[in-house]
Unconditional design. Structure first.
Length: 117
């Protein structure tokens, strides 16, 4: 099972905050020994500890939308990801084979309403 640590509503990014997020991630590293990733943005930091189930080669997280405007860290498995990926073939530029990347395609298409599906 993956682990996610985040710091949100940051007023000013500092090296200390990034280091704090990395320390937080180290405490949950046992949940995801296969990959460690971090996103540092204007007002948020996301750290992800990954346990590889689907796409161990290219599915490292956080995941980014093709335009890099959305960032996603997920704990879980999308069981119908192949069906969703097929539905968005040619409409969304998938960058990995990760089951979780379909969430970015759904969000781009439907916004927050994708949760209703």
């Amino acid at each position: 099972m993956c682990g996610i640590a985040g710091i949100f509503n940051i007023q000013s990014q500092t090296p200390e905050l990034r280091n704090k997020a990395l320390r937080m991630a180290q405490k949950i590293r046992h949940r995801g020994p296969d990959w460690s990733g971090i996103y540092v943005g204007g007002s948020a930091i996301l750290a992800h500890e990954r346990l590889s189930i689907v796409d161990p080669e290219s599915g490292g997280q956080p995941l980014y939308s093709p335009d890099r405007k959305q960032v996603l860290a997920v704990n879980g498995e999308i069981y119908n990801h192949r069906d969703i990926r097929a539905r968005y073939a040619g409409k969304y530029a998938f960058q990995t084979g990760s089951d979780c990347e379909v969430i970015l395609a759904l969000y781009k298409d439907k916004g927050i309403r994708f949760l209703e599906d």
